[in-house]
Design a protein around this ligand. Structure first.
Ligand SMILES: *[C@@H]1O[C@H](CO)[C@@H](O)[C@H](O)[C@H]1NC(C)=O
Ligand SMILES: *[C@@H]1O[C@H](CO)[C@@H](O)[C@H](O)[C@H]1NC(C)=O
Ligand SMILES: *[C@@H]1O[C@H](CO)[C@@H](O)[C@H](O)[C@H]1NC(C)=O
Ligand SMILES: *[C@@H]1O[C@H](CO)[C@@H](O)[C@H](O)[C@H]1NC(C)=O
Ligand SMILES: *[C@@H]1O[C@H](CO)[C@@H](O)[C@H](O)[C@H]1NC(C)=O
Ligand SMILES: *[C@@H]1O[C@H](CO)[C@@H](O)[C@H](O)[C@H]1NC(C)=O
Ligand SMILES: *[C@@H]1O[C@H](CO)[C@@H](O)[C@H](O)[C@H]1NC(C)=O
Ligand SMILES: *[C@@H]1O[C@H](CO)[C@@H](O)[C@H](O)[C@H]1NC(C)=O
Length: 504
């Protein structure tokens, strides 16, 4: 009886915790790929978020550290030392062209280490775009009084959405009732030039893309003591080249490398999107260099200080964490077409600005194989193996404090049972996307083989890189998005035209 009495308040506690979140709210999905932005003709890799009335286009890069969302001012490049400035702003913002901008001179930044000493803070309307299919217009979620940092001078890329522990974006869209809780999931992708890739990424606010990861989910606590709050323990790093001499060699093997002893039991590394390569303790970096005859690079040529492998290496690199989570980087990432490795000699961001010293990082190269899910309601984060070549997008509500579960849609029958249509029925994709998804779904079922054949033929011809103008037909001059087009004739929906929802 005593046990039962105790159980009652406990159950109530759980019930009230669950009740605090409205888990019927669909998540907001914002894809990450190269797109046209304001202020330059250079396409930029990032998330399509526009500010102001009318909306100005930006392509913002996610930061796991910064709390504020920041953009470059219109005159940023004239005043900044940023390398290749035009191609690195991620889109400019001119407050004087916005009817809804309100400057806040008293605002105090939530970021201690500010991006720049030349920022203006204020609020404006923020537009979060979701663009599943190239042939359809984007849909938009608009948030009023969105807090924005406008940077007029900096040596770093100013176009950043902040997903730090005090993320103004997550707080705002949660408070506005747009998402179920302050949860965020990221697949950074590999579409940026440094990754040489074509694989696009995605953000999911208040949810996760259940088709973008697979296998077990590994849970870690958020480290509130650091501005880089996502810390893990690396216990092993293994190089393996089945065709060469370096077979299954651990860089942390204290028999082979006696000088490794102080880090042989593992080291703390922090997950970041601020740099592409990984930085390891110096002993491990030295072992990597000696094993693969890697050398330091010219920072004018390689600003992020990645090491270059000078002899041919066609092997993988596996990073093992203390809880057993393993990430294997494929050979073309370990030594890219120009011999660049994903291991740096120091901490430098994408543009070559130094980052904090004596912190070891797992950068965007590591994240290109990882699906990251952060729960700021439970103060923990989850890691899983990313599905790099995904077929469908399945944005799913993440009820805070629960552990996300992957869905498989690998086969045609899975697809019908719990794939895209299942996600749609779950209330996730509305309106135009729903119809488009159904059409695509039916098309998929009917034309799977035809498409496969087409792909083979196209691959033979060689892929022509298309210039892509986002929202060409989706945005009117006042920044509003056109209503759904009623024309869903199958001819318009070509498999190649799909960004994330259905790769090729
Ligand atoms: C990624 O997005 C770009 C648009 O910038 C598109 O052209 C490309 O096809 C997409 N890649 C994949 C693999 O979906
Ligand atoms: C936003 O992007 C669209 C499509 O690329 C373009 O037509 C429009 O002019 C852009 N808006 C601004 C303010 O640059
Ligand atoms: C972001 O906010 C968190 C929580 O207040 C804080 O610990 C962290 O240092 C902030 N990030 C930066 C870059 O200042
Ligand atoms: C602050 O701004 C001035 C010019 O506006 C610049 O010379 C200086 O390097 C900046 N300092 C930092 C730390 O960014
Ligand atoms: C936006 O902020 C302004 C000034 O802080 C305030 O007067 C206004 O009511 C806010 N609007 C909304 C929709 O919250
Ligand atoms: C290799 O790295 C260089 C330098 O950043 C980059 O330009 C190139 O696209 C990369 N190639 C591949 C295949 O990743
Ligand atoms: C790699 O080496 C470890 C010990 O360092 C061993 O346990 C493992 O079985 C080896 N794997 C392969 C595929 O040889
Ligand atoms: C550690 O060992 C490696 C490989 O044997 C060597 O290249 C490196 O110089 C050593 N580092 C130190 C600090 O002794």
């Amino acid at each position: 009886m005593a046990g039962l009495k105790k159980a009652v308040p406990f159950t109530l506690l759980i019930a009230s915790t669950v009740l605090a979140f409205d888990c019927s709210k669909p998540p907001i999905y914002v894809d990450i790929h190269k797109r046209a932005v304001r202020g330059t003709n250079i396409l930029q890799y990032g998330s399509f978020i526009g500010f102001g009335t009318p909306s100005q286009n930006q392509s913002l890069f996610p930061s796991l550290r910064q709390n504020e969302t920041s953009v470059a001012s219109g005159d940023f490049c004239g005043r900044s030392q940023l390398r290749n400035c035009e191609g690195e702003t991620h889109g400019t913002f001119d407050a004087s062209f916005s009817r809804s901008w309100i400057e806040d001179k008293t605002y105090r930044s939530l970021d201690s280490s500010q991006l720049s000493n030349a920022s203006t803070f204020g609020t404006d309307s923020g537009h979060l775009y979701t663009h599943f299919f190239e042939t359809n217009p984007a849909t938009v979620n608009t948030v009023d009084n969105f807090s924005l940092e406008v940077v007029s001078s900096s040596s770093s890329n100013p176009g950043v959405i902040g997903f730090g522990a005090a993320s103004t974006l997550l707080q705002k869209i949660y408070a506005a009732g747009l998402i179920a809780g302050r949860t965020y999931s990221l697949y950074i992708g590999a579409g940026m030039d440094r990754a040489g890739g074509v694989v696009n990424g995605s953000n999911t606010f208040g949810g996760f893309d259940s088709g973008r990861f697979t296998g077990p989910v590994f849970t870690n606590q958020i480290d509130t003591s650091s501005a880089d709050p996502l810390a893990v323990t690396v216990t092993d790093i293994i190089l393996d080249d089945p065709t060469g001499l370096t077979r299954n060699v651990s860089l942390m093997d204290s028999v082979r490398f006696p000088n490794i002893s102080s880090v042989a039991q593992g080291f703390t590394a922090r997950i970041t999107t601020d740099q592409y390569p990984m930085t390891f303790p110096p002993q491990i970096t030295e072992n990597f260099m000696s094993l693969l005859t890697a050398v330091e690079t010219d920072p004018n040529e390689v600003p992020d200080h990645s090491l270059r492998i000078t002899k041919s290496f066609a092997g993988t690199m596996t990073i093992v964490l203390s809880d057993g989570f393993r990430v294997t980087l494929p050979p073309e990432m370990v030594s890219n077409s120009t011999g660049l490795s994903p291991v740096a000699s120091g901490n430098f961001n994408w543009n070559g600005s130094p980052m904090e010293e004596n912190i070891f990082y797992l950068g965007a190269s590591w994240l290109s194989q990882v699906y990251l899910m952060i729960d700021y309601e439970a103060y923990n984060f989850h890691l899983a193996q990313a599905v790099v070549e995904n077929k469908y997008v399945m944005p799913t509500t993440w009820c805070p404090k629960s552990i996300p579960v992957a869905k498989s849609a690998e086969s045609e029958s899975d697809f019908g049972a719990n794939g895209l249509v299942g996600a749609v029925l779950g209330g996730v994709i509305g309106g135009i996307a729903f119809i488009a998804c159904c059409v695509i779904g039916i098309l998929y079922l009917l034309r799977y083989r035809t498409v496969k054949k087409m792909e083979r033929l196209e691959a033979e011809e060689g892929m022509k890189k298309r210039q892509y103008q986002d929202m060409e037909d989706g945005s009117s001059s006042d920044g509003s998005v056109k209503g759904p087009s009623r024309d869903h004739s199958t001819e318009r929906i070509h498999p190649r035209g799909v960004f994330g929802a259905w790769r090729k």
